[in-house]
Design a protein around this ligand. Structure first.
Ligand code: HEM
Length: 138
């Protein structure tokens, strides 16, 4: 595949913004998944956007603001079942596909994103459920 960073292959930060917007419209319509998310979706939406840009080898904006993602730990307050990880992935795939990306790019992204999503599954685990103190670094 092209050796450009994924963020460029996807279409840059504005494409990520559209993907996150789409993803959240799907989440809002998905009752079981929506019930995990807080009432106000806005702050999380912005964080996911910053994180995704960074994860696609874009600017490390998320870590600049919040430090190491500690992604699994940050999800402890939310009970995530395998089924919900599957739904999350399905919506994310549909959101990426709405950008008209090639099958090759989609496959490259989801080869990495799929294990990451299942890594967030924490249902039935005896773990601290309180949120991480979310101090902004800047
Ligand atoms: C497996 C299914 C997943 C579910 C059900 C889920 C659910 C959630 C929920 C409920 C929040 C809190 C949102 C808020 O406070 O508004 C959140 C935050 C977040 N999620 Fe996920 N998530 C999943 C997988 C992932 C994956 C795979 C990634 C990485 C690509 C990810 C990245 C993030 C980020 C960056 C945040 C913000 C964390 C913070 O700084 O507080 N999530 N997620």
């Amino acid at each position: 595949m092209d050796t450009k960073p994924l963020i460029e292959l996807v279409g840059g930060p504005s494409a990520v913004e559209r993907i996150i917007y789409k993803f959240y419209t799907y989440v809002e319509l998905d009752k079981p998944l929506r019930s995990i998310y807080p009432k106000d979706l806005k702050p999380g939406k912005e964080k996911l956007r910053l994180f995704l840009e960074q994860w696609l080898d874009g600017e490390p904006q998320y870590s600049n603001l919040y430090g190491h993602p500690r992604l699994r730990r940050r999800h402890f307050p939310f009970i995530i079942s395998e089924e919900n990880a599957t739904r999350w992935l399905m919506h994310m795939r549909n959101a990426f596909e709405s950008e008209g990306l090639s099958d090759e790019i989609i496959a490259t992204i989801f080869e990495r994103l799929t294990p990451l999503a299942y890594h967030m599954v924490n249902e039935g685990e005896d773990i601290p459920r309180e949120p991480l103190q979310d101090t902004r670094l800047t």
